[in-house]
Design a protein around this ligand. Structure first.
Ligand SMILES: Cc1cc2nc3c(=O)[nH]c(=O)nc-3n(C[C@H](O)[C@H](O)[C@H](O)COP(=O)(O)OP(=O)(O)OC[C@H]3O[C@@H](n4cnc5c(N)ncnc54)[C@H](O)[C@@H]3O)c2cc1C
Length: 289
């Protein structure tokens, strides 16, 4: 399958890319890893007149530690995040999530920024970034702005990014010594996308009191979400198997689960409950004493 013909440019700076995007509007598309965009173009579901390749823009790729934050460039590949020692030490939920994406080829080319802006309702990154309370940095003709993930994902394949904006960075908090995290996914076997996946981090205090917890869910509903009802149920209480079970039963409350040929809505809701319970327990086990 061959895409419709298009022009191609590879800007050398962010300013140049923003200008090109502003000049061409909806006729242009940004190219990152190409693992979601190119299949759409080959199927002619996307027919951009111009591809703006982000790969030559300095500073969009890489991972750094600043104060209490880990900052990931939007063009950083899933594999770079999965294999980063800095990430494993400071925010292991990111490496756990990256390692669950697709296969080696997908992880080698696909980028965190491409995945977040593509906003597939079964993609892995949104769950982790929601759980962590991350922040997305966007650049456009009017300058820079930051977006919370809760405000970013609007609907399947739809985000709050303007057509003239570029996602440049994702910022997440460093998880302290008393924190543990886990990413659990029931994958659709052919693609690796989530039927349901749960990202959890938590911080335990004395007597296993849950001081803080973040839970992100993907695959269950038409957009990824933060499981605030579960978090509220657990926060401030002693983590016991009974509490975990009772809290996990809230995860699908108020959500209309997706239904497709891969999984019925009821099955997805059931998976979400079971995986939430397991992910909380696994995250707690990871805490170093
Ligand atoms: C076989 C296969 C299996 C997969 N399995 C999984 C899986 O298990 N889990 C999962 O989560 N994903 C999976 N994916 C998707 C994969 O993670 C993609 O890499 C990802 O969705 C898109 O990232 P990309 O860098 O390839 O983006 P591209 O395909 O280049 O771009 C995707 C979209 O985002 C826009 N975009 C890209 N970068 C930016 C930016 N910085 N700012 C603004 N807009 C931007 C593009 O214009 C385009 O609209 C799979 C893909 C394939 C082909």
């Amino acid at each position: 399958m061959i895409p419709a013909s298009f022009d191609y440019i590879a800007p050398q700076s962010l300013e140049e890319a923003v200008r090109a995007l502003a000049d061409h509007g909806e006729e242009a598309k940004l190219l990152a890893g190409g693992h979601s965009l190119l299949p759409l173009m080959k199927l002619r579901l996307a027919n951009p007149k111009l591809l703006i390749d982000l790969s030559r823009i300095p500073g969009l790729r890489g991972i750094r530690h600043e104060d209490d934050k880990i900052i990931v460039g939007a063009l950083t590949t899933h594999y770079q995040i999965e294999s980063s020692e800095l990430v494993k030490e400071k925010c292991p939920l990111l490496s756990q999530t990256a390692g669950a994406i697709g296969d080696v080829q997908v992880r080698n080319r696909g980028t965190i920024g491409g995945s977040l802006t593509h906003a597939d309702p079964s993609a892995d990154w949104p769950a982790a970034i929601l759980a962590l309370g991350g922040e997305l940095k966007l650049s456009g003709p009017k300058g820079e702005r930051r977006s919370a993930p809760e405000d970013f994902f609007l609907a399947p394949m739809t985000t709050a990014i303007e057509p003239t904006e570029i996602l440049t960075e994702i910022r997440v908090p460093v998880l302290s010594q008393r924190c543990g995290s886990a990413y659990l996914k029931m994958a659709q076997q052919a693609s690796g996308f989530a039927l349901v996946a749960i990202a959890v981090w938590l911080r335990l205090g004395r007597s296993r009191l849950v001081e803080e917890i973040g839970i992100g869910v993907t695959g269950l509903g038409e957009k990824p979400f933060r499981a605030q009802a579960v978090e509220q149920f657990v926060r401030g209480n002693k983590l016991t198997p009974k509490l975990v079970e009772a809290s996990a039963s809230q995860v699908a409350e108020g959500i209309e689960p997706l239904e497709d040929l891969h999984a019925a809505a009821k099955f997805r809701a059931h998976l979400a409950r079971v995986y939430t319970s397991r992910a909380i327990q696994e995250a707690a086990k990871k805490i170093k004493n």
